[in-house]
Design a protein around this ligand. Structure first.
Ligand code: GUN
Length: 283
């Protein structure tokens, strides 16, 4: 049996229609939601990502400011920019695109962003809020994955979810969100002894590794839900996820495609966080 597709593009369109309405309601009371995106250096992938974020803002009526800085920008200068945006009333969300050039301390930069404008959800105050189940901004990629799971109507209570990857941006917050939804969660990573042993028991697998097609069909229980966070190029330069899509779709119950799966939902959750930030700041 072939898995059903979880269409991230279609779900994004639904969300963006609703967000456009919320932006219109804010504007009607004189509030224009604003997002500042800071890009340091000329990493080509980051340039594509920030361009897509800015374009998506425009689509729903969020005012966006893209600040690009040369790769040799000093840390003091970057921190000064972040502090200025923290106190700028026209800006409700601040995003510093990662990775930063090596001479810049990403941790220090993120901690300088005001938590109430940290729409990436990377600040320790927001990470801590997620950890203890308090309101705060959730990181966009795992948040988008949760919305996809909600959309297909799966009740995660008592389900076994296996997250592959333990990054601060995806793996760790993903595990906490699944836990909050009452799943039993296993986090696997590069030092996991027998990855397939874990994934074969999973009702839900989230692959966030960054290795082309590493999750193969023999690692998936029939009927499982497979969420693919990876965006990779294979040896032939073809865009692909962490999941061997063509084979796994013959085993899984639900599967996200790459492209058109998690990617658009990540950007949509950034828009949602920015609208949330504007609503909270002006409530
Ligand atoms: N680099 C890769 N993903 C992200 C993200 O979600 N936010 C930021 N700021 N940088 C990233």
């Amino acid at each position: 049996m072939t898995a059903q597709l979880i269409d991230g593009l279609a779900l994004s369109r639904l969300w963006r229609t609703r967000l456009t309405e919320r932006v219109a309601a804010l504007r009607a009371r004189g509030v224009q939601p604003g997002l500042a995106v800071i890009l340091v250096g000329d990493d080509p992938a980051s340039q594509v990502y920030v361009r897509n974020k800015v374009k998506a803002c425009h689509e729903v009526g969020i005012h966006s400011v893209l600040e690009t800085h040369p790769a040799d920008l000093s840390e003091d200068a970057l921190l000064a920019r972040v502090r200025a945006l923290n106190t700028d009333p026209a800006i409700h969300g601040i995003l510093v695109q990662l990775p930063l050039p090596r001479h810049l301390d990403a941790h220090r930069v993120i901690e300088t962003i005001a938590p109430e404008k940290d729409v990436d959800g990377f600040h320790v105050a927001n990470a801590g809020a997620l950890m203890v189940g308090q309101p705060g901004f959730w990181p966009c990629t795992p948040h988008g994955c949760m919305k996809m799971l909600e959309h297909i109507g799966v009740d995660l209570r008592g389900k076994h979810a296996v997250v592959i990857g333990r990054s601060n941006i995806v793996g760790k917050p993903m595990a906490l969100m699944l836990l909050q939804a009452n799943a039993t969660v296993t986090i696997c990573h590069s030092a996991t002894a027998d990855l397939a042993h874990h994934t074969r028991q999973a009702d839900v697998i989230v692959a966030a590794v960054g290795r082309p097609r590493m999750l193969t069909a023999d690692m998936v229980k029939p009927g499982a839900i497979v969420i693919d966070v990876g965006i990779n190029r294979d040896a032939n330069g073809k865009l692909c996820g962490d999941v061997d899509f063509d084979a796994v779709r013959e085993v899984a119950g639900w599967i996200t495609p790459v492209p058109g799966g998690v990617g658009p939902m990540t950007i949509t959750m950034l828009l949602a966080n920015t609208v949330d930030a504007a609503e909270r700041a002006t409530a």
